[in-house]
Design a protein. Sequence first.
Length: 363
Amino acid sequence: MIKGLMMTPPVVGRISIGRVVERNGKRLPEKDDEFTITTQVQSRNGWMLHPMDGILRRELEDRQLMVNGVEVKELPHLPEEFSAPAQAPATLRSKLAKRATDAKKTQTVESSNSEDALASVHEHAPSNTTSARTKLRSIPVRVLFNDPALNLRANYTLFDRATARPICVGDGQTCKRMTAKGIESMPCEGPDLCALAIDGGCKPFGRFHVRIDHPECQADALSTFVLRTTGINSMRTLLTRMQYLQAVSGGLLAYLPLEIRLRAKSTTMSRRTPIYYVDLGVRDGMALDVAIGQAIDAAAHDCKTGHDQGALEQAARTGYALGLFEELSAEAAEIVQEFYPSSNEHVTADVQPRMRQREVSHG
């Protein structure tokens, strides 16, 4: 194997809760309140959507339609001619004819008013209007490994913004730092105490690898979608959930039917505005004991078919230990642009105080 080249889970797409927008000739990060599933290909308009993004949104719309149904309006009252005692045919015909004439006149007036209103709307409407789409705030997933630390890789990471190269990667106890002598191991004091961590340059950075569990996305059982985040809320929640689910399922985390969800909370530091972060749990509407039962059955089936989960996890540990940093240089440039902007370039959907940038960055 190539020395220094880290072997990471194969990635076929991205899951994000933010995007990069162009403002005044600069590409700047902006947060969002929903998931977006993209490919690894970019166009001039940004990352190209993965087919699963549209599939999951359409299914969500169908479920909402089934729950809400079609609005049934109350039936209008019948005219008095049909509810009153029988009248003389001539009298009835004259009344019906008068009603038809009045209705035609009213319809003509209303049609004219509607056309005027419609013309006014078109006159003042923007030229590039777009239809609202369903918010994607949950995705059915499974993880590759029973060990939570293999699914979510989180470290304090410091980049050189000019070259997009990692300078220092640590875990709060020890770090590997790029120096004039090469890579050296040093104590890690964390971003609050380290002299190198100025202007928010060093922050927690996590990569969460999952498989989207859907019949349309089962071509490769070992490929993953990666969710990158610098949000401490997301990393802490995901790691805690995985540890709990691993323990309660008897170590069968990789076999549980799970879903990631976007949640919101507010704090004093956020000035009561929502902070979005990623959570993990069993599928919506499924009890925990049912999910564990399915995991036991799936593990037994894999054992019969020769699937060696332990060997897979050992291969992952060996691959992670080969290098310093997970992304290649080209990927690192995109990461610096999206997650490590300079403090005066950070853009958010709503105005947020600078003091909480580390907390809210992409959840």
